[in-house]
Design a protein around this ligand. Structure first.
Ligand code: SF4
Ligand code: SF4
Length: 214
């Protein structure tokens, strides 16, 4: 409803229909907040929903991602809704919200803690799974495994491969052992992911082949 006052020249925009932002039903998990506090977001209950985090968030400027909303839903115990949402993975961990939160909630850490819960329950967005798989197979989340990148390093006077684990076969073996023994591989669904990747590559190659024939 729009109300206009000629005297003050003010326009007030209100709504006659009150819609709840969130439907809270029986799917409330009262342990969820405690879980988040234990896995890295101990200050989540300090949040008073001022919105400074969302106002500072570059990810929210380009997507529907709303960090304040995730925190609110988490505080309401809407675990399944929060951990199954792809939005959870849109945070770039830039820490702008953490720098500005007046309540020291550390929203970045809260998001990371919720992601830990999500992964433990089998939810992970594809690109993040891909990065985790890179750690397993190349000992680095962003390995320089393309010749063109190595050539670029050489061009600016660096060694082709940086002096980290990804350039040392023995270190890659060690990290592989660690990721296997610690359960990291299983947690990220590494084998299933690699199988799917291979099938995808095979399908792509077949499509390319048939296109050439045509
Ligand atoms: S800035 Fe802090 S207090 Fe404000 S909504 Fe975000 S988390 Fe809550
Ligand atoms: S750390 Fe994540 S939630 Fe916080 S401002 Fe950056 S992108 Fe947004």
């Amino acid at each position: 409803m729009i109300q206009a006052s000629a005297r003050s020249r003010c326009v007030t925009v209100t709504t006659t229909e009150e819609k709840p932002a969130v439907d809270v039903d029986d799917d409330v998990d009262l342990e969820f907040v405690e879980m988040i506090k234990k896995t890295g977001g101990p200050n989540i209950q300090n949040c008073y929903q001022c919105g400074t985090c969302s106002g500072s968030c570059p990810a929210g400027a380009f997507t529907n991602y709303l960090v304040r909303g995730i925190i609110r839903k988490a505080l309401l115990g809407l675990k399944e809704e929060v951990i199954s949402s792809p939005d959870l993975w849109f945070c770039t961990t830039c820490y702008a919200c953490t720098d500005r939160c007046p309540q020291d909630v550390k929203p970045t850490d809260v998001i990371k803690a919720i992601r830990n819960v999500a992964v433990a329950e089998g939810y992970m967005l594809g690109p993040h799974q891909k990065v985790a798989a890179k750690v397993v197979e190349a000992a680095h989340a962003v390995p320089l495994d393309k010749e063109s990148w190595q050539n670029l390093r050489v061009k600016v006077g660096l060694e082709p491969v940086p002096p980290n684990a990804s350039g040392n076969p023995w270190a890659i073996d060690e990290i592989r052992k660690i990721t296997k023994k610690s359960g990291f591989e299983k947690l990220i669904g590494y084998e299933e992911f690699m199988k799917a990747q291979k099938e995808k590559a095979k399908k792509k190659a077949e499509e390319k082949k048939s296109q050439k024939k045509e």
